[in-house]
Design a protein around this ligand. Sequence first.
Ligand SMILES: NC(=O)c1ccc[n+]([C@@H]2O[C@H](COP(=O)([O-])OP(=O)(O)OC[C@H]3O[C@@H](n4cnc5c(N)ncnc54)[C@H](OP(=O)(O)O)[C@@H]3O)[C@@H](O)[C@H]2O)c1
Length: 282
Amino acid sequence: MSTTVTQLLPLPAREVPLHGLYLGHDVRRLAAEQGRPFVYANFVASLDGRIAVPGPTGSGQIVPKQIANPRDWRLFQELAAQADVVISSGRYLRDYASGHAQEILRAHDDPQFADLAAWRAERGLPPQPDIAVISASLDFPIPQALLAGGRRVIILTTEQADRQRMRDLAASAGQVIPVGQASVAGDRLVEALAGLGYGAIYSGAGPKVLHLLLAAGVLDRLYLTLASRLLGGDPFSTIVEGPLLTPAADMRLHTACFDSAGLDGLGQLFLSYDSAEQGSSR
Ligand SMILES: NC(=O)c1ccc[n+]([C@@H]2O[C@H](COP(=O)([O-])OP(=O)(O)OC[C@H]3O[C@@H](n4cnc5c(N)ncnc54)[C@H](OP(=O)(O)O)[C@@H]3O)[C@@H](O)[C@H]2O)c1
């Protein structure tokens, strides 16, 4: 199996190692340089834009098995390893509690990511990034396993959330912060996380959370893996879901790599885009 990918942008095109590809983006340095949090999100999508399809039981959606693959997962892990805090959703905690979701960063329990555990340790980072859970319903338990090793779970919700549920979760999880009236507002979310001292903020959540980040203009970078497969099918989720973004969220291509060995030789594109709005020149 090839250990490299072909970097297409920036030019000149050249072979570069897969391992370390996104660690080299050093988002922690970018956060420090801009003096405010660096917010980044990641998706793997089919050519027809599907990021989630119904699971085997027909209820709920999962990342399509036809596009999930170990080389993309490696890069997902490299992005998670750099985070101070990972954004997830109420849906993730419901799945976690029912045994249908895994830890986001697997550096501690999967030997193939042991280098990422070392990478965090060398920088004095805790084994796991903290977790920021976005939820309006607050309808989930906090699994004790998530709090292991002193990890903080911060719940970001709305002013309209059930007060008693907020108190209960605060007692069991730590912090519950309203950051929006009827819906979590991206700017208030990032402000709250910045206030807690977080610099590298990684969204591992889905299309509604990406929408709230884009609508508020707080997303710095989008990582997108485009798997060379079309899936069709209905229903499905795509990378962003919600009302028309006005204005549209303009992005500039930052890096592009072709992974010819990915998906058993079918190939996939590893793309990263910077928000044009944030005026980045990285
Ligand atoms: N292919 C990929 O790379 C990829 C990446 C990420 C996710 N996915 C898939 O996409 C699907 C959806 O993922 P997801 O549920 O994590 O993401 P999501 O659709 O972004 O978020 C859903 C949950 O987040 C909360 N939420 C979202 N926007 C909110 C707002 N404005 N205010 C308050 N709460 C809000 C809600 O929680 P409550 O219901 O608790 O209120 C909602 O149920 C899953 O099947 C997942 O596997 C795929």
